[in-house]
Design a protein around this ligand. Structure first.
Ligand code: SF4
Length: 456
């Protein structure tokens, strides 16, 4: 039986994270504003709304960053941006059924708390003016602890936010230096104390493994510190080193990046320490307390995956506003312009800035469901899935089942005639397991695959 390190070396290939299927590289420019307008106007009986606003501005650049962001100290840039986002919301709201209710709302970036407390209040007031938001909606914001004041958190709380997610990444000074993100333990402790005092019901921390200068020993210290802070949820992402796509990642010295053995040690340290502290590993990157709704949803098989990671809101359309943001209806994905100026100019003309998108075929929807079930439930019952989609599973997925066989031989999945289930060992390789069901990836040229980060 190969060791886990052998498997890591074997299965570490470029591959998607499956926050969508088809994945973003397959969205195309043939999908335009008329298609998006049609998707917005389509009947959506029973489907809720999930609203997203992208605030791209940051005070400084973290070298590992993979987001669509603009590092600037010129606050004036927010003025035309907020005007554009307001117009985009107004035009979108005018095209959907006004009785639809949002049960989830999220601000991401960039750094949403780059906005001043007054602008935080103003942007939320605009969202509430255009959309109906359920009184018990889950309202969350990504927060950069640096440059954050208590007044920012007060503005979020007064605006109705009940969840915050702090970017911690790594507490080791050498790592922080290597990625240009310096933040002390006192700072994190302070912002967490403020959040608790202000009554946020869920406090999440984000960590990253695979950063330059990280060692298993140093990261154990970060984990010990984080466990002491007792967040409600943790997201532990693997650093995606794609300097050919994100040029600023060239500022990271490749020689400083941990090798496969250290990456495995980091992952094992995460699983051990967070497991000991009582967190449940939900699947790819996410940990939560046993009573958390994500854990309950996984047990009930109602967990879903979208651009914000794992969610309990499966039957919601995502309406996303701002530069580069991705919206989603039952059978459409749409991405906005990725360039800030072009986004603002285009919204100024028509109220929309569609860059590309895709309308899903029935096959896309079937495969999306199969990949999502594997990544959320960690198993797939062939007969039940076949009944749901009216297909003979073994015939429809003959190629996928053949592709899964080597993974079964390596102990990553248990593969029988009735079901496939991810093993404990296989949890590190969820993306590789999902890839067996991905028709686009099979047909992709090798060069196309390089658009993804490595799976392990
Ligand atoms: S704060 Fe976040 S979005 Fe901004 S540069 Fe750092 S990682 Fe990127």
């Amino acid at each position: 039986m190969p060791t886990t390190l052998d498997l890591l070396r074997k299965y570490s290939v470029p591959g998607p994270r499956y926050t969508s299927y088809p994945t973003a590289p397959y969205f195309h420019t043939g999908f335009g504003e008329a298609d998006w307008a049609e998707a917005l106007a389509a009947p959506a009986a029973g489907r809720g709304l999930s609203l997203y606003a992208h605030i791209p501005f940051c005070d400084s650049l973290c070298y590992y960053c993979g987001c669509n962001m603009v590092a600037t100290r010129d606050y004036g840039k927010t003025v035309p941006y907020l005007a554009a986002i307001e117009r985009e919301m107004a035009e979108t709201a005018a095209r959907i059924d006004a009785s639809r209710v949002a049960h989830q709302l999220h601000w991401g970036g960039g750094t949403p708390t780059y906005l001043s407390p007054d602008d935080i209040r103003r942007l939320m007031a605009i969202m509430k003016q255009h959309f109906r938001i359920a009184p018990d909606a889950e309202i969350s914001c990504e927060v950069d602890p640096r440059e954050l004041t208590r007044a920012h958190l007060e503005a979020l709380r007064e605006s109705g936010f009940n969840r915050v997610s702090f970017g911690v990444q790594d507490m080791d000074p050498a790592v922080q230096q290597a990625v240009n993100r310096i933040q002390s333990a006192e700072l994190i402790r302070q912002v967490m104390d403020w959040s608790r005092e202000l009554g946020f019901s869920s406090i999440n921390l984000d960590l990253i493994v695979g950063l330059p200068k990280q060692t298993v020993e140093s990261f154990r210290r970060t984990l010990a510190q984080v466990v002491e802070w007792a967040p409600d949820r943790l997201a532990v992402f693997a650093y995606a080193h794609v300097p050919w796509m994100k040029k600023h990642q060239q500022l990271i010295q490749e020689a400083d990046l941990p090798d496969a053995a250290v990456r495995l040690g980091l992952q094992q340290a995460v699983n051990e320490r967070l497991g000991e502290a009582g967190y449940v590993n939900i699947g790819l990157d996410h940990f939560a307390r046993p009573e958390d709704e994500l854990v309950r949803a996984q047990q009930n098989k109602t967990l879903w995956r979208n651009f914000q990671g794992y969610t309990t809101h499966k039957d919601s359309d995502i309406l996303a506003f701002g530069v580069s943001s991705i919206s989603q209806t039952a059978d459409v994905y749409m991405q906005n312009e990725k360039n800030l100026k072009r986004y603002q100019t285009r919204v100024g003309y028509t109220g929309f800035a569609v860059e590309r998108g895709i309308r899903l075929s029935r096959d896309d929807r079937i495969r999306r469901d199969a990949i999502t079930r594997v990544m959320c439930d960690l198993e797939l019952d062939f007969a039940a899935f076949g009944r749901e989609w009216d297909i003979g599973f073994a015939d429809y997925f003959a190629e996928a089942l053949a592709d899964l066989q080597p993974l079964a031989d390596d102990g990553l999945v248990e593969l029988g005639t009735e079901r496939v289930a991810v093993t404990e060992r296989g949890r590190l390789f969820l993306r590789n397991i999902g890839m067996c069901f991905d028709r686009y990836l099979k047909e992709a040229a090798t060069g196309d695959r390089l658009r993804y980060s490595r799976t392990a």
